[in-house]
Design a protein around this ligand. Structure first.
Ligand SMILES: O=C(O)CCC(=O)C(=O)O
Length: 219
């Protein structure tokens, strides 16, 4: 029954907007199909290795630019040395539409040309610790799309990993945008809720998250 009650949009902080149910099931299904293809390569989905020897529990594949802690490169030297798949123009367009809708401003997408997407896959156990997205040389907003199982998305402050923060429930199809004074806010995913996804998306288990970003980098 819950799915029938529309969840209102919220803004946990200035520049940060949560738009529930932004993607249709059909759009989610198309993105799932694309993510399946991107996961196979040229650089495959992998657990990112951290400099101190740890391994991230999420598995990630990148488009446009390859992210590894804490930089972007065109080739994935930490995986297989291949150049990552290009960032499709239609996905950048989806990012512009996301900004227009999130900020309810027809001009909000102007000049927004995301040139990388980080695609994270969470199984039931995967988490993401509190961090800032700060390896970009651009303060353009981050557009985040969620598909599959719901999660707790912890959206914090720009100073540290602790309080104050807001726990936002991100469900399949939800959009979350953070820009402006929230662009460099700490955020993370302390919990995924197994079994809450909609199989019509084509994802039977787990959670997909796509973040679209402008790196501000040139070749
Ligand atoms: O999975 C999410 O919702 C957040 C992903 C994230 O924080 C990141 O990719 O930096």
């Amino acid at each position: 029954m819950d799915a029938l009650i529309p969840v209102p949009r919220t803004s946990p902080a200035p520049g940060a907007v949560h738009v529930p149910g932004w993607l249709t099931v059909g759009e989610q299904r198309e993105l799932v199909d694309c993510c399946r293809a991107w996961a196979t390569g040229p650089v495959p989905l992998r657990h990112t290795r951290l400099p101190r020897g740890g391994v991230m529990s999420v598995r990630t594949v990148c488009l446009g630019w390859h992210w590894q802690p804490y930089r972007y490169t065109r080739t994935a030297e930490d995986v297989n040395g291949s150049q990552v798949a290009p960032m499709p123009g239609w996905l950048a367009g989806l990012g512009r539409r996301a900004l227009v809708d999130a900020y309810e401003d027809t001009t909000a997408g102007e000049g927004y040309v995301p040139d990388t997407a980080l695609i994270n896959f969470y199984d039931d156990q995967a988490r993401m610790g509190m961090h800032q997205d700060k390896d970009e040389r651009s303060a353009a907003p981050v557009v985040s799309l969620s598909i599959g199982d719901s999660c707790v998305f912890r959206f914090g402050n720009t100073e540290n990993r602790g309080q104050p923060y807001t726990d936002v429930e991100l469900a399949s199809g939800d959009l979350f945008v953070f820009g402006g004074s929230s662009r460099f806010a700490y955020h993370g995913v302390p919990r995924v809720r197994p079994g809450t996804g909609d199989p019509r998306t084509g994802l039977r288990a787990g959670r997909l998250n796509l973040t679209l970003r402008m790196t501000g980098l040139t070749d």
